[in-house]
Design a protein. Structure first.
Length: 293
C-alpha cells in the first residue's frame, strides 16, 4: 500500500479529508485526501502497481464490462458513437488519416476497432492478459499487446496517444506523463477521457438519496481523482498546450444507477437529469485534447 501525503501536482504537503467523496465511494478504512491548492484528490492509502495488477483480474472486467445485459448493450452503443466522434476529431486536428495511434488500456478493443475502421494505424496495450486474449479472439486483425504501460517499448513514436478512463488508474502520474511524452512525436496529440468524480450530478444525487456505490471495483480502482482544474494545470505545467477540454455526459446514469433501484425508472428520468448536468457543467466525464509543445 502507498501512503501519499504530498500533492503530485504542486508539492503541497497540506491536504484535508474529503468526507463527501469518502461517502460516495462507500469507504470504510481508506480516506480521500484533497489538495486545496490544485483540487487534486487521491485515495489514502492506495494499492501499489503489483497490487493493482492482481486487482485488474478477470473478475474486474467481468463485473464492469462483460455480459449481455440491456445496460451493457446500451453502454457499448454509446461508446462506439463517442469513440467514432473522437476519432474524427483526431483526424481533423492531425490532418492525417493514416496517423499512428497508441490506445493505452485498450480493454476489449472497441476504440482501436473503430480507429482502424476509420483509417488510423492503431496499437492497443493493456495490463490484463485476460482482456487481451479476448481482443485477439474477437478481432484477429488488431495489433494488441499485453503489458504494463511502463514496460511497453517501441522504436517508433506515435502521432497520437489515447487513454479512455485510464490516466486516473496510474499510481505515479508524473512518471506516466513522462512516459507519454517519450512515446509522442513532437507536436503529438494526447487525447484523454477521465471521470469527473464527485463533481458530477450523479454523485450529488447519490449523496442526496443516500445510496453510495456498491462495487469494490468502483471504490478502489482509482488512486487519483482528477478535476478539470487539476488536469489542465498538470498538463500545462508539463509541456502540453491544452487544445480542448469538455465536461460532458453520455451514459453514466444507466451504468451507475444507485444500488438496487429500478433501472427503468432511472432511464426515464435520464434525459432531464442529463440536461441539468449539461446546464450546470456537472457531467460525468472530462475529455481533453492536448498537444505536446
Amino acid at each position: 500500500m502507498i501512503y501519499l501525503r504530498k500533492c503530485v501536482i504542486c508539492g503541497n504537503e497540506t491536504s484535508s479529508e474529503d468526507n463527501f467523496a469518502k461517502y460516495i465511494l462507500n469507504l470504510e478504512k481508506e480516506k480521500i485526501l484533497v489538495c486545496k491548492a490544485c483540487d487534486l484528490r487521491w485515495l489514502y492509502p492506495f494499492m501499489s502497481d503489483d497490487e493493482y495488477k492482481n486487482f485488474y483480474s478477470q473478475g474486474y472486467f467481468d463485473e464492469l464490462y462483460s455480459g449481455e445485459t440491456f445496460d451493457k448493450r446500451l453502454s457499448a452503443i454509446s461508446d462506439e458513437f463517442y469513440f467514432k466522434r473522437r476519432i474524427r476529431n483526431i483526424i481533423k486536428i492531425k490532418q492525417r488519416r493514416k496517423a499512428s495511434i497508441l490506445d493505452v488500456g485498450c480493454g476489449y478493443g472497441l476504440f482501436i476497432r473503430c480507429a482502424k475502421d476509420l483509417g488510423l494505424n492503431p496499437v492497443g496495450i493493456d495490463i490484463s492478459e485476460y482482456v487481451i486474449s479476448k481482443v485477439r479472439a474477437k478481432y484477429d486483425d488488431l495489433n494488441v499487446v499485453a503489458c504494463s504501460f511502463f514496460d511497453f517499448h517501441t522504436e517508433t513514436k506515435f502521432d497520437v496517444i489515447h487513454m479512455n478512463h485510464v490516466f486516473e488508474h496510474f499510481t505515479d502520474p508524473v512518471r506516466a506523463l513522462s512516459k507519454i511524452k517519450s512515446l509522442l512525436n513532437q507536436g503529438g496529440l494526447l487525447v484523454m477521457e477521465i471521470p469527473n468524480q464527485f463533481k458530477n450530478i450523479y454523485d450529488i444525487l447519490r449523496y442526496i438519496i443516500k445510496v453510495p456505490v456498491q462495487s469494490k471495483f468502483f471504490s478502489l480502482q482509482h488512486p487519483f481523482f482528477w478535476s478539470e482544474k487539476s488536469i489542465k494545470k498538470f498538463l500545462s505545467d508539463n509541456g502540453f498546450e491544452i487544445l480542448k477540454v469538455k465536461v460532458y455526459d453520455r451514459k453514466d446514469f444507466w451504468i451507475r444507477k444507485p444500488g438496487d433501484f429500478d433501472g427503468f425508472i432511472f432511464r426515464v428520468v435520464k434525459l432531464p437529469v442529463a440536461l441539468l448536468a449539461y446546464i450546470l457543467g456537472r457531467g460525468a466525464n472530462i475529455e481533453i485534447f492536448a498537444e505536446l509543445k
